[in-house]
Design a protein around this ligand. Structure first.
Ligand code: AMP
Length: 266
């Protein structure tokens, strides 16, 4: 099982990803976690990413793509993975497609957790409080200013991925506003549904547009048939006209011959 979780910061991607790893025996690949580990370890990537992350901006595509390319090659990812926080831009999604193509692998689904933006601040505040209660270090970007930028980056750079995966036929949208257990149940349902059923049906055309389409479609068929008949008629008329003029030519020739013969006779 290879999955992507899509949604703005604070929508519950991490929580759902953790549950899915247990259920399907796959690994959770969070680029955010990997980058934070790199920052903590002070690696060259971490040093590069530190300030960008603290500001709530996105780390360059080539950096995260390289991290993911290396990570999905690890033995523990063979059975499948759930990408949490990657891809975040269209070029990242295209790079992932290429990486999977090269390995002859595909994606099972891109799950969008749809939430109202108004709830995000509240959720991040809750996360900060929970982390403090557990005695964990609070994330440098879990503050109102950085969150504003992260949401802005999501709207601008990541939200287009919803259409990207919809066009690829792998998008599954779930209401992320529901209680955690309900979101989990909804994800299970979309993953267990047969692919064709889970695929959102093409939105039906509005009633008026539909009847307009029907109206246009029927006369179009009749117009085609009429065109065929008139072409046949034209062909037939053309042939008849040609035969008539050939007969006239022969008659004229015969008449001229008879006149000449009569003249010769005197
Ligand atoms: P997250 O833990 O997914 O909220 O990510 C935290 C931060 O890490 C983001 O605000 C970005 O600065 C950086 N980051 C994580 N994943 C990506 C990615 N796929 N592309 C670019 N930046 C990323």
């Amino acid at each position: 099982m290879r999955l992507i979780l899509l949604g703005p910061p604070g929508c519950g991607k991490g929580t759902q990803a953790q549950r899915l790893t247990d259920k399907y025996g796959i690994v959770q690949l969070s680029t955010g976690d990997m980058l934070r580990a790199a920052v903590k370890a002070g690696t060259p990537i971490g040093q590069k990413a530190h300030d960008i992350m603290a500001r709530g901006e996105l780390v360059p595509d080539d950096v995260v793509v390289a991290i993911i390319a290396e990570r999905i090659d690890q033995p523990d990812a063979r059975n499948g993975f759930i990408l949490d926080g990657f891809p975040r831009t269209v070029p990242q999604a295209e790079a992932l497609d290429r990486l999977l193509d090269e390995k002859g692998l595909g994606l099972d689904a891109a799950i969008e957790l749809k939430v109202d933006e108004g709830i995000l601040h509240h959720r991040i505040q809750k996360r900060v409080a929970e982390m403090k209660a557990r005695g964990e270090a609070v994330r440098a970007d879990d503050n109102p200013e950085a969150l504003e930028k992260r949401v802005h980056a999501y709207r601008l750079q990541t939200a287009p991925l919803v259409s990207y995966y919809r066009n690829h036929g792998s998008l599954r949208t779930v209401d992320g506003m529901a209680p955690i257990a309900d979101v989990s149940a909804a994800i299970d349902r979309v993953l267990e549904a047969p692919k064709d059923k889970a695929r959102p049906a093409k939105p039906a055309a509005p009633a008026r547009a539909r009847s307009a389409t029907r109206k246009r479609a029927a006369p179009a068929g009749r117009r085609k048939a009429a065109k065929r008949v008139s072409k046949a008629k034209a062909r037939a008329t053309g042939k008849a006209r040609a035969a008539r003029s050939a007969r006239k030519r022969v008659a004229k020739k015969t008449r001229r011959k008879a006149i000449n013969k009569a003249r010769r006779r005197g």
